[in-house]
Design a protein around this ligand. Structure first.
Ligand code: UT7
Length: 323
């Protein structure tokens, strides 16, 4: 009988480096209130966003992903040739083919990369991070560049005040590679396809039933985050940093409050990147981590709890050790 040889993977995986990119143009609430019926007060109070970034017309999702990805590779102290696989999480590519990941890999200089896009909307980065970790541990890849990038402004009705004030553009990335000690915990992921109609695209623009999604996020996501801790063998009090998808500051605060009720520390750092970045879907978690590290709020070795959630409805969460 012929026996196939199996790939030999690493004992464990970890995040080796992170990076991000935001377009130059800052859009304030006051600017938006000039073109739609909204106010700075309403947006700050209901969503917590003070300003966000919009990409230029000729600045693509791939352009942003390339810069974030290259920054993460450099942060890991690696050359592009050290990476062999690129996963681009997104839900806003202008066309389904060609995929973005192969273009990003080529432009960064990752030759002949295994490259594919992954769509789990705002949960996409956490899905892709888990996949990268599994690929490294199974021996299918040595080092994986995981990017979450979105150009949501291509898909927004600019006068739809419910969505145009929330969504924004940007990219965040992480390099995942082998490790002796686990740096990426098991994922808790899932979906609620029975409520798929709550967020989607209609006539080429995003719609969402905001209040229903809000209720789902504020009731379902904290228990998922707690399960991610449990499967990693981590107590709530061990969490140094909480980085939920940046959908609405009130959702972030609700998740933090529920975790603190279960023993998370008062001094646990809670990501509030949405205030200056808006909701960037799959980019929001890695971008928040990168910004928080630059601000000194996240240190190498910190225990971070990530949890993404959004259209699908899909969710995914895991514990990571910050690079
Ligand atoms: O990232 C993917 C996952 N997405 C989410 O997690 C988003 C979850 N949902 C939310 O964050 C919130 O539901 C929204 C931010 C989308 C909306 O906030 P809300 O507090 O739920 O507002 P609402 O839709 O219940 O609207 C309340 C009122 C309405 O007016 P009436 O009917 O009470 O007179 C809206 O027409 O606020 C009005 N409104 C606005 N007013 C000023 C809605 N958008 C605006 C606005 N400015 N931009």
């Amino acid at each position: 009988m012929t026996t196939l040889r199996l790939a030999q993977g690493a004992t464990a995986s970890r995040i080796l480096g992170i990076g991000s990119f935001q377009p130059e143009r800052i859009v304030t609430n006051d600017e938006l209130s000039q073109t739609m019926d909204t106010t700075d007060e309403w947006i700050l109070e209901r969503v917590g966003i003070a300003e966000r970034r919009f990409a230029a017309k000729d600045e693509s999702l791939v352009d942003m992903a390339v810069i974030a990805g290259a920054n993460a590779v450099a942060d890991a102290g690696l050359a592009p040739s050290d990476v062999d696989t690129v996963i681009l999480a997104n839900c806003t590519m202008p066309t389904p083919i060609p995929n973005g990941a192969a273009q990003v890999a080529d432009r960064i200089g990752v030759k002949a990369a295994g490259a594919f896009d992954l769509n789990a909307a705002c949960a996409g980065f956490c899905y892709a991070l888990n996949l990268a970790s599994d690929l490294v541990r199974a021996g299918s890849a040595r080092r994986v560049l995981v990017i979450g990038a979105e150009k949501l402004t291509d898909w927004i009705d600019p006068v739809d005040r419910a969505n145009a004030i929330i969504f924004a553009d940007g990219a965040g990335a992480a390099v995942v590679g082998p490790a002796d000690e686990p740096g990426i915990g098991p994922v808790v992921w899932g979906s609620a396809g029975d409520v798929v109609d709550l967020i989607g695209m209609r006539d080429g623009v995003i719609y969402q039933e905001g209040q229903s999604v809000f209720r789902w996020a504020t009731t379902q996501i904290a228990p998922i985050a707690l399960r991610a801790l449990a499967v990693a063998g981590i107590e709530p009090s061990d969490v140094d940093v909480l980085i939920p998808h940046q959908a609405n500051l009130r959702i972030v605060e609700s998740i933090a409050k529920k975790l603190r009720a279960k023993g998370a520390r008062e001094d646990m750092v809670v990501a509030d990147d949405i205030v200056y970045s808006g909701n960037t879907s799959s980019a929001s978690i890695p971008m928040a981590m990168d910004h928080m590290r630059a601000a000194g709020l996240v240190k190498p070795g910190d225990v971070a709890l990530l949890v993404g959630f959004g259209a699908g409805l899909s969710y995914a969460g895991q514990v990571v050790i910050c690079p």
